[in-house]
Design a protein around this ligand. Structure first.
Ligand code: RAM
Length: 921
């Protein structure tokens, strides 16, 4: 924990990002955090200053915006209200705050820059390869519907004669690119420009390359691969889901010269193209790279480099192609990057020459190969898998048609280091063949992910529970690759909405996913039909006869509803109103459509694929079928969507809409009760998920809640204290039990380690969350490989409960965004201690408790400028001390009250050391 006597202003962010470049939000929102060691430290006023240069900011000349002193405690989502922002504008900014003592404190300087706000500012042309480069090269493949083409190199030489003040690259593609300038890689992001609904919008990226340009000749170079544009997406070996088979790229380098001049180097017919060392590269299939074909020096300028970079054929002029109809928008979320590296923990030689490495962690990514003194032309093959067969060989059956095979053909010589470019695999094990000998030092596993910042840590006295939490974190990292996907390994990797929504709250506990989901919600809306139907996957590739099974994929209960749950959760967790405003019409259209189709108030029609409580026990993976449970689930979600919409309507000041959705919610709830609730509180559908949804969505008459919770517990007990929930029930299971007074049962489920349970996979070596409870069992081995991923996060949505109810860091029911929050751990002697830290928009919350018999020691940290309602599980008569003195006398504490079995107080920002006793029961 940092110390600060006064009040420090830290973590300045613009549109959730640290110093973003090239944004296209004209009214960006600014946020900062406050840090202090002083109890009760608060901001009473702020002043934001924004200037066009750091010098002006330092000199007190905020030429873009000076908010003046604003009397408020607000530190998040402060909307820029200065001079209108134009393309390429640079904004250097800082915040000055006044605290409750009258002292002031000023932040360090942060910045953001604006991108290209007007499409006419793209003066560069879109270029593609001259098909002749594939035809003349016997090793290259021409892209077809069934075969990926060879990635293409593009280069352009240009001369700089005047010193450059600032150099910026704007780049976009149909396909995915890597850029180089002067031989150096531009940026470290992978798979730019990432996945969107390409028919509607395509991202561009902005890079500051001032440090990379040199006086004299320069080369700007690009490698262009398939990615989501022409590569395999989804199942059935289907590629080229968008428009055409041709990748194309548009790059615009803008040089602002010291003398005030401006030079633009943009893609056009003067760029040259050729095939290169990458013979093929596809996300699902893998990459083949022949290092002997490297065009040495192709990214450098000058005649020598040019000569060295020649292949057997001359570079050919690039072909200018028509620009896309889709709009170009700035990428507004963290790019995909390598986030962690793994040295193998074990290796064995399966059969002579077949080496298998274990990374110790199931990741999404690829392997970096390092070889020395290998004969040129040696073909090294890497196959990737999540598990091993019982005989120690690589298990790849569950990849379905994803080949996940990389081939590296050596250059020969002292040392060669290689990583693939436009592919990734889901794997823990890698099989290497083609070399006589190899060791763990020859390869590194590179884990990739959308580089969202880690915000949460959980740790308790049970190592298996810790591993369970970590498995959820890894499944999140491995699957948040541009969009929240279901799995990173098999031929699927789609933005499944059900998976995303059940895991969303857990995701917010682990990483800062605000920008990530803001971006994805646009994909969700882009995929909505004109009727208002939200999709089941987003982005939804265009309907296509070749895209077997994905046509008409929408409206699934628990899947399509993510269109409401995402904005809702973003508001609750990050205090974001704008996402509600932006998607308001889409959400209303969705519920209007549901209502139109289901006049009876029971959501029984047009349920699309109707997945139900997907992968519950006993397993039911039937789709396009009806059952009382599926209709129950759908109706429950409808009622809850309406409640959420009513509440969100009020947040954005739409009282009339709010009343309409109140009425809708009431009507559906009534229909629900008439259809599914018996007079004695028993439900007509008797599954754990049914009880969980009825309770968590508050669909029962109040007097029946206790009875319903008891039936839920009885159901769990009758299964020998096992769960049976699928994707839909699982995330709510333990929170619902806890809030219904059965935290002991929730702990029992948490610690259960026989099948089916959360800890069963952990006990058997899982390092990520499995798709299904029975992905592998001791009795039956691997489940049917047709659908058996070992890296699917849905069942890992227990994570939120560890933060919310074990460590006890919970949202305030009224105030969003943790400006106010609740600290209320449900301690239980099955854990001797638990600790969570969680970085919110307002700073880091820490809750750490230890149980020693009935004695509870509980240390918490509450961010400056926030207020927590602290709830102690102390029985009547038991006192609470803070720092060894009575709670009531403690600075920062107010409103101490007894409330039945609990004692509560309000605590202002600061660190506290509480002690009390807990009830003996
Ligand atoms: C599977 C996906 C996903 C699930 C759908 C219904 O194919 O992997 O997890 O949401 O089906």
């Amino acid at each position: 924990m940092k110390t600060a006597r006064g009040l420090l202003v830290t973590h300045l962010r613009c549109e959730y990002l640290v110093d973003p470049l090239g944004i296209d939000e004209r009214t960006p929102r600014l946020s900062w955090e406050l840090e202090s060691d002083r109890r009760g430290a608060r901001q009473v006023a702020y002043r934001v200053r924004v200037a066009s240069t750091p010098e002006k900011l330092a000199a007190g000349q905020p030429d873009r915006w000076d908010s003046g002193r604003v009397e408020t405690g607000q530190t998040t989502h402060v909307e820029y209200a200065g001079k209108p922002l134009g393309s390429r504008d640079t904004c250097h900014w800082s915040v000055e705050v006044w605290d409750e003592t009258g002292a002031t404190s000023t932040s360090a300087t942060a910045r953001w820059t604006m991108g290209l706000l007007d499409p006419r500012e793209w003066t560069a042309s879109w270029v593609a390869a001259d098909p002749e480069i594939f035809r003349r090269d016997p090793q290259a493949t021409i892209p077809t519907l069934t075969e990926p083409g060879t990635p293409v190199l593009f280069r352009k030489e240009f001369e700089i004669t005047t010193p450059v003040r600032r150099a910026t690259v704007y780049a976009t593609a149909r396909g995915v690119f890597e850029l180089r300038l002067g031989g150096r890689r531009i940026g470290d992001d992978l798979f730019a420009p990432e996945w969107t609904d390409y028919d509607k919008r395509i991202h561009y990226r902005t890079y500051d390359v001032t440090e990379l340009v040199r006086a004299g000749p320069n080369v700007l170079a690009a490698t262009l691969g398939d990615g989501w544009w022409t590569g395999y997406v989804g199942w059935q070996e289907t590629r080229a889901r968008y428009d055409n088979l041709e990748n194309s790229i548009c790059v615009q380098l803008e040089l602002e010269l010291q003398d005030g001049g401006r030079v633009v180097v943009g893609t056009d017919a003067s760029w040259r193209c050729d095939t290169g060392p990458i013979l093929s590269s596809d996300f699902q299939m893998g990459e083949t790279y022949d290092a002997r074909r490297e065009r040495v020096g192709w990214t450098f300028a000058g005649p020598l480099a040019a000569a060295m970079s020649e292949s057997p054929w001359p570079w050919l002029p690039a072909k200018v192609v028509a620009p896309p109809a889709a709009v170009l928008v700035a990428q507004r979320s963290e790019p995909v990057r390598v986030i962690e590296s793994f040295v193998p923990v074990a290796m064995h030689e399966q059969t002579p020459g077949v080496f298998i490495f274990d990374l110790g962690q199931n990741i999404a990514g690829f392997v970096q190969l390092r070889l020395a003194n290998v004969t040129a032309g040696t073909r090294v093959t890497l196959r990737h898998g999540e598990r091993l067969n019982p005989d120690g060989s690589l298990y790849t059956e569950n990849l379905r048609r994803a080949k996940s095979t990389d081939v590296y053909v050596t250059r020969g010589g002292l040392e060669e280091v290689w990583t693939p470019h436009f592919t990734f695999h889901g794997f823990q094990y890698v099989e290497v063949t083609g070399l006589a000998a190899i060791g763990v030092n020859n390869l590194t596993g590179c884990a990739i992910s959308s580089a969202t910042a880690p915000v949460g840590q959980f740790e308790c006295s049970n190592p298996e529970v810790n591993r369970l939490w970590l498995n959820g974190v890894w499944s999140q990292r491995d699957n948040f690759i541009s969009v929240p996907t279901d799995c990173p390994q098999r031929d699927e990797r789609l933005g499944w909405m059900g998976d995303a929504q059940v895991f969303l709250r857990t995701a917010t506990c682990n990483q800062d996913v605000a920008a990530f989901f803001t971006k994805w919600m646009t994909d969700v809306e882009d995929a909505q039909t004109t009727d208002g139907i939200f999709p089941d996957v987003a982005p939804r590739p265009r309907e296509d006869v070749r895209f077997v099974g994905l046509d008409g994929l929408g409206g699934g209960a628990g899947w399509a509803d993510a269109g409401v749950i995402v904005p809702w959760t973003m508001w609750r967790v990050y205090g974001d109103h704008r996402i509600i405003q932006r998607h308001w019409r889409a959400m209303v259209a969705w519920l209007d459509w549901v209502e139109r189709k289901n006049p009876r108030g029971i959501r029984e029609h047009e349920l699309g694929n109707n997945y139900g409580d997907w992968l519950c026990i006993p397993t039911d993976t039937s789709f396009r079928t009806q059952s009382p449970m599926k209709t129950f689930l759908a109706t429950a979600y409808w009622a809850d969507d309406a409640v959420k919409l009513a509440r969100m309507a009020r947040v954005i000041g739409r009282e009339e809409d709010a009343r309409r959705f109140d009425a809708m919610a009431a009507r559906v709830r009534q229909a629900f009760q008439a259809e599914y609730v018996r007079a004695d509180g028993q439900l007509t559908v008797e599954t754990q998920t049914a009880y969980v949804l009825a309770l968590t969505f508050d669909l029962l008459p109040p007097e029946m809640r206790r009875r319903a919770a008891e039936r839920l517990v009885a159901n769990i007990r009758d299964l020998g204290w096992h769960l049976s929930t699928g994707f839909i029930g699982v995330s709510h299971l333990n929170p619902t039990l806890t809030l219904a007074g059965h935290a002991d049962v929730a702990y029992r489920l948490l610690l259960q380690d026989t099948f089916p349970s959360w800890l069963y996979p952990v006990k058997h070596g899982a390092t990520t969350i499995w798709e299904r409870w029975n992905g592998w069992t001791r009795e039956d081995g691997f489940f049917n490989p047709q659908m058996n991923s070992f890296n699917h996060y849905s069942l890992g949505s227990i994570g939120e409960w560890l933060f919310r109810h074990v460590a006890g860091i919970e949202l305030d029911p009224e105030v969003p965004g943790y400006e106010r929050f609740v600290l209320r751990p449900y301690v239980n002697p099955v854990l001797a201690h638990a600790r969570a830290s969680y970085r919110t928009m307002h700073g880091e919350i820490v809750s750490e408790w230890k149980l020693d018999g009935w004695r509870l020691t509980w240390n918490v940290r509450i961010p400056a400028n926030t207020l927590a309602r602290v709830v102690f599980p102390s029985p009547p008569g038991a006192g609470v001390t803070e720092n060894n003195a009575p709670l009531e006398t403690s600075p920062g504490i107010s409103d101490v009250r007894r409330d039945g079995d609990t004692l509560t107080c309000l605590a202002a920002g600061g660190s506290y050391a509480f002690e009390t006793v807990v009830p003996a029961s």
